[in-house]
Design a protein around this ligand. Structure first.
Ligand code: NAI
Length: 399
């Protein structure tokens, strides 16, 4: 079938398997070009493995240190004349290339918040790998059904206290306008967002994996957080999602306690703002990212998810001397280049100037748009989008 992008706001309803294949291939090539990650992980579970930071983590582990990987995610499978979601095609592409390279790679498609998927994952680890030495927790979801109570929670992206007004961009049209976001109406908004994106599910995973005896001595686990600049604080770090990130970060000592007798350790890594399916849904943030890209590209320090994750593995989690650099709050920082004073100063200056008229010149809105379409396998160099493409692409370990 001929597959073209069909966009509704910040989501794309279609995805291109060949584009996904090439995206994954480029990420693999990048990791291979950086050389072996010495002392890297060997048996890895990635929760949220099909897109964004989780996919890049899986690729870094597999192709950087030859790791066997199990990936868990929630994606739609294809059928005759029905497209799969991008994460499905990404995973089909990843498994194919991993298997060709002689690497173990299996995947589980289902709700990672459920007890059932946790059990299924543990059974697969027992059957195939015995024990794992790294757990990457990279879920981003708008809702979660609690496995013990059955209560369904939805997260919200709202400021706390007062309404927040700032500039935002429609990255399809390039129109810059003011957006006002009303604050939470009740404490419940905060609690719901924490229930979805906070640390409880990460803790449940680590408890279950530990109780099943599938964690190796010295196991590591890492989950991802974001801080960003002051101009996004009201909607991000000081908003409902920021409260969930505080909760996630506060789960680190709780998990360290769970892992104590295995000499295991847990980390939160603060990553850079990047175009992913999740970040494009947050108001204000896409405009910030398009200015940030402009500044970081001009300075030669721009990174995508794969550059971020390769650096996380090679220069933070698995260093030659075994030391992991942490900030004053005990977090890994790979947002260090984003947060550099010179970068933030220039972004702030551009922020004051940006308007619909100046956007094409002073931002990298084109880079934002291209990254957005590439998330779904479109606008990938070398792919013939006029050619017919088979939509029914299987994930080897699932079908
Ligand atoms: P993403 O949307 O690209 O990936 C989310 C992953 O979670 C996908 O693999 C998806 O299938 C999986 N998933 C969602 N709900 C699921 C469920 N119920 N069961 C199983 N799998 C499920 O998101 P992204 O941006 O890579 O986010 C990952 C983490 O990184 C999040 O914690 C996010 O807050 C954090 N982060 C993101 C930044 C950004 O700019 N995008 C910056 C810093 C941190």
């Amino acid at each position: 079938m001929n597959i073209q992008p069909r966009v509704r706001g910040f989501i794309c309803l279609t995805a291109h398997p060949e584009g996904a294949y090439q995206n994954v291939k480029h990420q693999i090539e990048y990791v291979k070009s950086k050389g072996e990650i010495k002392n890297g992980p060997k048996k890895v579970l990635v929760i949220g493995a099909s897109t964004g930071f989780g996919l890049s983590s899986r690729i870094s582990a597999a192709f950087g240190s030859g790791a066997a990987t199990i990936g868990v995610f929630f994606e739609k499978a294809p059928a005759e004349k029905k497209l799969a979601t991008a994460g499905w095609y990404n995973t089909a592409a990843f498994e194919k290339q991993a298997h060709e390279a002689g690497l173990y790679a299996k995947s589980i498609n289902g709700d990672a918040f459920s007890d059932e998927i946790k059990k299924h994952t543990i059974d697969l680890i027992k059957q195939d790998l015995g024990q794992i030495d790294l757990v990457v927790y990279s879920l981003a979801s708008p809702r979660r059904t609690h496995p013990k109570t059955g209560v369904a929670y939805s997260s919200v992206l709202k400021p706390i206290g007062q309404a927040f007004t700032n500039k935002t961009v429609d990255f399809h049209t390039g129109v810059v306008s003011d957006v006002s976001i009303n604050p939470i109406e009740s404490e419940e908004d905060i609690q719901n967002t924490i229930a979805v994106m906070g640390g409880e599910d990460w803790k449940f995973w680590m408890e279950d994996l530990k109780a099943a005896g599938v964690l190796a001595e010295g196991v590591k686990t890492v989950a991802y957080s974001y801080i960003g600049p002051e101009l996004t604080f009201p909607i991000y770090r000081n908003g409902t999602i920021g409260q969930a990130k505080n909760d996630l970060e506060a789960t680190v000592p709780v998990i360290n306690d769970i892992l104590k007798d295995l000499n295991g350790v847990s980390y939160v890594s603060v990553n850079k703002a990047l175009v992913t399916q999740s970040s494009s849904a947050i108001p204000v943030v896409p405009l910030y990212i398009s200015l940030l890209y402009k500044v970081m590209k001009a300075k030669g320090i721009h990174e995508g998810t794969i550059e971020q994750m390769q650096r996380l593995f090679a220069e933070r989690l698995y260093t030659d001397n075994g030391e992991v650099a942490l900030d004053e709050k005990g977090r890994i920082r790979v947002d260090d280049w984003e947060m550099r004073d010179d970068v933030q100063k220039e972004v702030a200056e551009l922020w004051n100037q940006v308007s619909t008229e100046s956007l094409p010149n002073i931002s990298d809105i084109e880079g934002y748009r291209t990254d957005f379409f590439q998330l779904f396998g479109f606008e990938v160099p070398g792919v013939d989008y006029e050619a017919d493409c088979n939509e029914v692409v299987n994930i080897p370990s699932i079908s």
